[in-house]
Design a binder for this molecule. Structure first.
Ligand SMILES: Nc1ncnc2c1ncn2[C@@H]1O[C@H](COP(=O)(O)OP(=O)(O)O)[C@@H](O)[C@H]1O
Ligand SMILES: [Mg+2]
Length: 593
């Protein structure tokens, strides 16, 4: 239970819900016990009168109602009254405890979500998206089952047990003993059956997850699947997996079918024993016939809670396992923290001072003793072969990762001493692999903004040379993109994500190979815009295309995380090294086209 104890703080938070809930459960049980007692009194009353009638000279059967109608009406009114009171408190117990469980579920889900947002990139590399999703959905739901129904039936069981046993004991300890004998067997067998049911359901869930994963993959990669003519292979696979799913589901259905008959059998045995023993005791005059009827109702009251012991036990077990998984993530280290630093405005000077960095997950040393300075408003181009560490520089500036050695300074202050969200808000970053949300183009461009207006969206789209494309779509800016929307070309996606970065009016702009799918003319238009409108911003352009760098005075050539050449375009050409070789190669490629 140790993992579920972490939820105690929520119980403390909602203690009034909980306490009121317990009160309502007890009151509801109290009134429910008054029902069989009233029935017993009514029956005994009737028996008594009938008995008296037998010896009477005048037969009373016809005038029975006339004589005793008022008493019988009173019994009925009591029965109805107690039942209504019981119902009202039952309603209130749900309103308190189930509501509490929903409130805690809400809190818990939010706690997990905000934790997810704080966790760094590495965490997302190690943990699969499906796993993250299932912890915030399924696991939270399982914990909710413990907090709501689990707790409710638990309290229900305890209070009912105390109240009913007390009432039974007062009538006859012997009969109480006999009535209770079969109940533990009921609990134990239900516990075992529900364990089997749970195990089988889990297997079915796993099988379903397998089918879902494969289907998802096939649908996302449908073009590749179709072009490689692999539909048949997936069909067979799907068929096989579905057959396994069907077999397991049928097994579950068989066990489930056993559940109710077994329950009814055990309840029947209990009732039988009560009637038999009750009869014996009534014959001896120890109890009245009305007591037998009262006990039969008690047995029926107790069977469901006793059945639910097994069910509650397995609920608690599952919730414990789920909460363990949730705690694993809730207690995961947040490596990059804000430490509650005050936010200050960032001007945009960047300095790398002997920076070393390696990726923990692959052990690759991506940045090797790297130093460079970029004053506010200056532009820098970074070129180099793939895997030379260009994108890593961008990630380090955004503090997706923290460096091993050296220092990164922003405005002459260590990057770790800047407020993290201010830092990230000040950087307009266009990552290498563009990602657009399944939303309208309008919202995709305005993503980073608290407030957006159509005019600035349109302006930025114009400057990023994508406005014409957008108004060419049927729904214009309201066009849905992403999974369910229109398919955009690579270049269109790139320009939309540049617009998304630039609309923030960032102090620092980083374009990571963001123009690779755009033709040279459009590229020129965008870089011109960066130069004129974004004057005064510090910009880093990571690119493969040297032809766009002719005006650059500061170019870094990277190789294995080290600077191998640095200078202006003309200087580097004159030097005749790696850079000029690359320029030559690209010229050749273009003329060859
Ligand atoms: N998230 C990551 N985890 C592990 N290794 C990585 C990760 N990202 C990049 N690398 C490695 O770091 C090196 C530099 O990568 P990167 O900065 O992306 O290069 P570039 O952008 O120049 O192509 C490469 O060897 C790459 O495999
Ligand atoms: Mg890269």
């Amino acid at each position: 239970m140790k993992h579920l104890f972490t939820l105690n703080k929520y119980f403390a938070k909602y203690k009034w819900h909980l306490l009121l809930g317990i009160l309502c459960v007890s009151l509801s049980k109290y009134f429910s016990v008054l029902v069989p007692q009233t029935i017993r009194k009514a029956l005994d009353f009737v028996f008594e009168k009938v008995e008296a009638n037998k010896n009477a000279e005048v037969q009373l059967s016809d005038s029975f109602l006339d004589l005793y109608g008022n008493e019988i009406m009173l019994f009925s009114a009591k029965l109805i009254g107690f039942s209504i009171l019981m119902g009202i408190f039952m309603y209130l117990m749900r309103q308190t405890i189930i509501v509490m469980s929903r409130l805690i579920e809400f809190d818990l889900r939010n706690a997990i979500f905000s934790k997810y947002e704080m966790l760094n990139y590495q965490f997302y590399k190690v943990n699969k998206t499906g796993d993250l999703m299932s912890r915030i959905t399924e696991d939270v739901s399982k914990v909710r089952m413990y907090l709501g129904p689990g707790l409710l039936y638990g309290i229900n069981l305890v209070s009912l047990f105390i109240i009913v046993i007390f009432a039974m004991y007062r009538v006859s300890p012997t009969l109480t003993f006999y009535t209770l004998i079969p109940l533990p067997f009921l609990s134990i067998s239900i516990y075992y059956i529900s364990r089997i049911i749970n195990k089988k359901s889990e297997l079915i869930q796993e099988q379903l997850a397998k089918i879902t994963t494969v289907s998802q993959e096939v649908y996302s990669g449908i073009r590749v699947v179709k072009s490689y003519e692999k539909s048949d292979k997936f069909n067979t696979f799907f068929d096989d997996q579905s057959t396994i799913h069907k077999k397991k589901s049928l097994e579950l259905a068989r066990v489930n079918a056993l559940f109710f008959p077994l329950m009814i059998l055990l309840i029947g045995l209990s009732t039988l024993l009560t009637i038999y023993m009750g009869g014996v005791l009534a014959a001896r005059g120890e109890i009245t016939p009305g007591n037998i009827a009262e006990f039969v109702i008690y047995v029926n009251y107790l069977t469901w809670p006793f059945t639910s012991i097994g069910w509650i036990a397995s609920l608690v077990q599952q919730a414990e396992a789920s909460q363990k998984r949730i705690n694993e993530f809730l207690n995961a280290d947040v490596e990059i923290k804000d430490d509650g630093l005050e936010s200050n405005t960032i001007k945009g000077k960047i300095e790398f001072r002997n920076v070393n960095f390696h990726y923990k997950e692959s052990g690759i040393k991506a940045i090797d003793n790297l130093s460079f300075t970029l004053n506010q408003g200056e532009k820098l181009a970074i070129v180099g072969l793939t895997a030379s560490g260009k994108s890593t520089i961008a990630e380090l500036l955004l503090r997706t990762y923290d460096i091993d050695e050296g220092a990164i300074l922003i405005d002459d202050k260590n990057i770790t001493k800047h407020n993290l969200s201010t830092l990230r808000r000040s950087i307009g970053y266009v990552p290498q692999d563009v990602f657009l949300f399944s939303d309208s183009i309008y919202n995709n461009i305005g993503f980073g903004m608290d407030k957006i207006d159509p005019i600035s969206i349109e302006n930025v789209a114009k400057n990023c040379a994508v406005h014409e494309d957008i108004i060419g779509f049927e729904n214009g800016y309201e066009t849905e993109v992403g999974e369910r929307g229109v398919t955009l070309s690579g270049g269109q996606k790139q320009r939309i994500s540049i617009a998304r970065a630039l609309i923030k009016d960032p102090k620092i702009v980083i374009l990571d190979d963001s123009l690779s799918a755009v033709d040279t003319k459009t590229e020129k238009k965008i870089t011109d815009f960066l130069e004129t409108t974004l004057k005064g911003r510090t910009s880093i352009l990571i690119t493969h295309r040297m032809s766009s760098l002719t005006s650059y005075k500061n170019i870094i050539v990277l190789d294995k995380g080290k600077i191998i050449e640095q200078g202006s375009h003309t200087e580097l050409i004159a030097k005749g090294g790696f850079y000029s070789d690359m320029v030559d190669m690209q010229k050749y490629e273009y003329t060859a086209l």
